[in-house]
Design a binder for this molecule. Sequence first.
Ligand code: ZN
Ligand code: ZN
Length: 418
Amino acid sequence: MTPVRVKVRVTGIIQGVGFRPFIYRTAVKNGLKGYVRNMGDAGVEILLEGEENSINNFLKALRDEKPPLAQIHEIIETRLEGEHEYRDFRIVRSSEEAELSGSVIPPDVAICGECLKELRDKNNPRFDYFFITCTDCGPRFTVIERLPYDRENTTMRDFPMCSFCQGEYTDPLNRRFHSQTVACSKCGPKAYLTNSDGETFPCKDPIREAGKLVSEGFIVAVKGYGGFHVAASTLKDEPLARLRRAKHRRQKPFAIMARSLEAVRSFAEVSPKEAELLTSPMRPIVLLRKSAGYYLSELVAPGLHNVGVMLPYTGLHYMLFDEVDDPAFVMTSANPPNQPIVKDDDEALKTLGGIVDYFLFHDRRIAHRCDDSVMRVHGEKQVFLRRSRGYAPAPVMLREKVRKCVLALGEGYTTRRG
Ligand SMILES: [Zn+2]
Ligand SMILES: [Zn+2]
């Protein structure tokens, strides 16, 4: 057998999206030896040793079977001389390459289909765990304090893994191999309900209790991945009128979160393109046309033909709807006038205590605030009204390479532009 050695450099959005575990699995499957390592801004470097055929199969899989969230910009292959050096294939730990860490921080990703299935599976150890995540989904930008993207550099470092989570984290064939946000109800963040003064409101199931309170007409501040939302019923005028008075927002529309796509269709028109966007891993707020039979309170989006709708993007959001029949809740960003979305617990109690009846907190710190993205579909085109959660801080790739250096900035309050 002639030894073949190839170095492959891959660039693109390939950090925090399960790319290296994918490389590992594909290399092992093809009987290849070598390593994959993170080169920060310069992407990922892969060294492959093995037979020609296996290397070709690997390269084909790299293009055809990459993880759903990975975006490859360039693949550069270099044939190397010399004998085989490696006896196995390994992922070089990124902490060994701290000096190479770049500025590519991946955006947050909505809960994936697999995790949602596990959340609902009574026999799964993460049944009912509101912050269930894997390498394909979960918070990134809102938990990462510094690069490289390793658990100790995120706000998840406050939650040491239990032996079960650790076992999955270290198993190369597990979906949660090197998943920095892996957690369960035993070792991960916990949710709790308080009154408007921050006094804990004892209850067994704080998330579903919060959903019931919203449905009954109370206003509840809900801490999510990137900040606080203010949640209220979409079917009752009283809490919305109260919220509008407190927020001094007489007319401005409130964004809503619907329990399912089917529920959205009961009050708004949804084109296939809009449905695709609503259910995408980015889960932006999408501006939709109210349907003829629109039945939500007029105070949600007064006097407008459109309503801004998003679907749940964490286990917590799905669970809010479990014990109510409401098609949707108002989920407006909690931000004081001309201020960014509230992200810290103390700040929330201070600025929202006079507005809301209850708080649904969790005990994970938010590293970076991140508001929901807002989009509109124009014909076949998707238009950004606010580029934030799900998109920022991923770079905007230009179609062509440009010679001039261009700097584009956005205002730093409720908007975060890339
Ligand atoms: Zn997942
Ligand atoms: Zn655990």
